[in-house]
Design a protein around this ligand. Structure first.
Ligand code: UDP
Ligand code: MG
Length: 321
């Protein structure tokens, strides 16, 4: 294992979507904390199509806060914002943290210690979900259960996007070209020596979460379809079982007819079986469609995001450029 350099640089990526005026306070606090860790660092702020005006104030302080400000042309989602941040980040160590002060930035020094000790990725895991609704907790459990089925990439339950990564992890992530980006899956997929540390997630003080139940469900679907083909394969098994049942029923009917003669068949049986098998077929076509639509998104090869404006006041920028 190679020793970590004592003179290392840090990039801290912050995805932002309508976080209101509190963002400036958060950035000052983060700047103060990073300054204690190393002399050279940058904060990569990705404005994911915010429609409030809080970032105007931030732009004015870009120099003092060592900011790289990347403004998307519209809202592309947190996964795209993190992707952009990872591509812009230049530090030896890269940290991703939410802008809403829910995640405890005090653990960053602890994460750095683990990095010095040889870990390449140190990620936060929320210690409790007691503050969430029952419906969300059930949904989350179901999601991680489905993710674990026949999936070679183990996605640790309750992991946050809040994490610290070595440069080589970021280089690996930047090689992944897919459009259907479920970052928590990609973080696990790349591997490297990883360590989970439990953190307490504070309640949101202002504003509200951008992730509604529907949006979380959409993200979950992206996660499952991009990391598992069990939903596709399962239909082979179901088809086999149904065919077997049909064959046995045919045998039974032949024998019954030969022994007892033909009688008038029951309409309910026919109606129910037609409805049942149509349902099964539509369901399987629907799942097929889900995967095809994602293949369609991939082949279009559209960029992950579009940048409307970029301000670079990072001390890490190449002076020649
Ligand atoms: N975020 C973003 N783009 C979005 C939604 C959210 O960049 O489309 C940012 C948001 O500003 C915050 C982080 O992602 O910094 C987490 O969002 P949020 O707090 O709404 O999610 P939660 O904490 O409920 O998971
Ligand atoms: Mg939050």
């Amino acid at each position: 294992m190679t020793a970590r350099p004592s003179d290392y640089t840090i990039s801290c990526i912050v995805p932002v979507h309508n976080e209101g005026p509190d963002i400036l306070g958060f950035l000052r606090q983060l700047h103060g904390l990073l300054k204690k860790q190393t002399s050279r660092f940058e904060i990569v702020l990705v404005d994911d199509g915010s429609t409030d005006d809080s970032l105007f104030a931030v732009a004015a302080e870009a120099e003092a806060l060592c900011l790289v400000l990347v403004r998307f042309s519209r809202n592309f989602g947190k996964e795209a914002a993190m992707t952009a941040g990872l591509q812009k980040a230049r530090g030896d160590v890269v940290i991703i943290i939410d802008a809403d002060l829910q995640e405890p930035m005090e653990v960053i020094p602890q994460m750095l210690e683990h990095w010095h000790a040889g870990y390449d990725m140190i990620y936060a895991v929320r210690d409790s979900r007691k503050d969430e609704t029952l419906l969300k907790r059930i949904g989350v459990r179901l999601f991680y259960y489905l993710m674990a089925q026949g999936n070679s990439t183990e996605v640790p339950p309750d992991a946050r996007d809040f994490r610290l990564m070595d440069r080589k992890v970021v280089a690996a992530l930047n090689q992944l070209p897919e459009r259907n980006r479920f970052m928590k899956g990609l973080f696990s997929w790349v591997g490297f020596r990883s360590l989970a540390i439990p953190v307490r997630i504070a309640p949101r003080r202002i504003g509200r979460s951008s992730f509604s139940f529907l949006r979380l469900a959409e993200l979950a679907l992206t996660g499952i379809t991009s990391f598992s083909n069990v939903p596709l394969r399962i239909w082979g098994g179901i088809g086999f079982v149904i065919s077997l049942m049909a064959f046995l029923f045919a045998l039974y009917t032949i024998v019954k007819t030969l022994v007892f003669g033909a009688d008038v068949p029951g309409f309910p049986t026919i109606v129910v079986s037609i409805m049942f098998f149509t349902g099964i077929q539509l369901l399987s076509i629907g799942i097929l469609g889900e995967y095809i639509s994602r293949v369609f998104i991939e082949v279009k090869q559209r960029p992950h995001y579009l940048i409307a404006e970029e301000i670079d006041r990072s001390p890490l920028r190449d002076p020649a450029a």
